[in-house]
Design a binder for this molecule. Structure first.
Ligand code: GLN
Length: 190
């Protein structure tokens, strides 16, 4: 199995390190030709969604990325990555990859003091959740399964081939969420 990690900006290295720890091969997506390398899943890291969105367009990566996801390749977005995948925004009109049927509220926990960590339940397991000026989800479409909430706010969802977390599992030692994503890929390949 090989995972492509979008490596334009933000916390991509930490995802690669987590994949290494799990014994999974990875490649970085930095330019259009990287899409021809062959991979089984995509990770969109946290960072700054506006910057990442601009870079995706400037580097002509937006269309191949959107096409791959719409074709069904499993995609896991953390924080800014979740924002990029979402269809609707509470506080902005700009359209991103437009694949995940949720409404997100950017900086939902606050811009300045919105960074914190908690232990809470993700798909039935307690995991550490690190939030860094993260969003939360205010509304989900009918095909979207809620995997985690904290403080009453939706912070992780699954929709078919898409997995999103408002928190950063790659910044912890806990591999539960990455393992969940790898299981999604394995189930697709069976
Ligand atoms: N607030 C950031 C954004 O809107 C996301 C923060 C993060 O990825 N840690 O892009």
């Amino acid at each position: 199995m090989r995972i492509a990690v979008l490596a334009l900006q933000g916390a991509f290295f930490e995802h690669i390190a987590m994949l290494n720890k799990l014994g999974v091969d990875s490649i970085e997506i930095r330019q259009k030709s990287d899409f021809s390398k062959g991979f089984d899943g995509i990770i969109l890291p946290g960072g700054e969604s506006t910057t990442m969105n601009k870079l995706l367009h400037d580097l002509k990566l937006f269309a191949p990325l959107q096409d791959s996801i719409k074709a069904g390749i499993p995609c896991f977005g953390t924080c800014a990555g979740l924002i990029l995948m979402s269809k609707r925004f509470e506080d902005s009109r700009w359209q991103h990859l437009d694949v995940l049927d949720v409404t997100v509220k950017r900086h939902g926990f606050g811009r300045q003091i919105g960074s914190f960590s908690v232990n809470d339940s993700f798909a039935g397991s307690t995991v550490p959740m690190v939030f860094i000026r993260g969003p939360y989800i205010t509304e989900v479409g009918e095909n979207v399964k809620i995997l985690a909430k904290t403080g009453g706010k939706i912070v992780s969802v699954r929709q078919n081939n898409l997995l999103g977390t408002a928190f950063h599992p790659e910044l912890t030692e806990d591999s539960t969420v990455h393992t969940y994503f790898l299981d999604m890929i394995n189930a697709r390949c069976e």
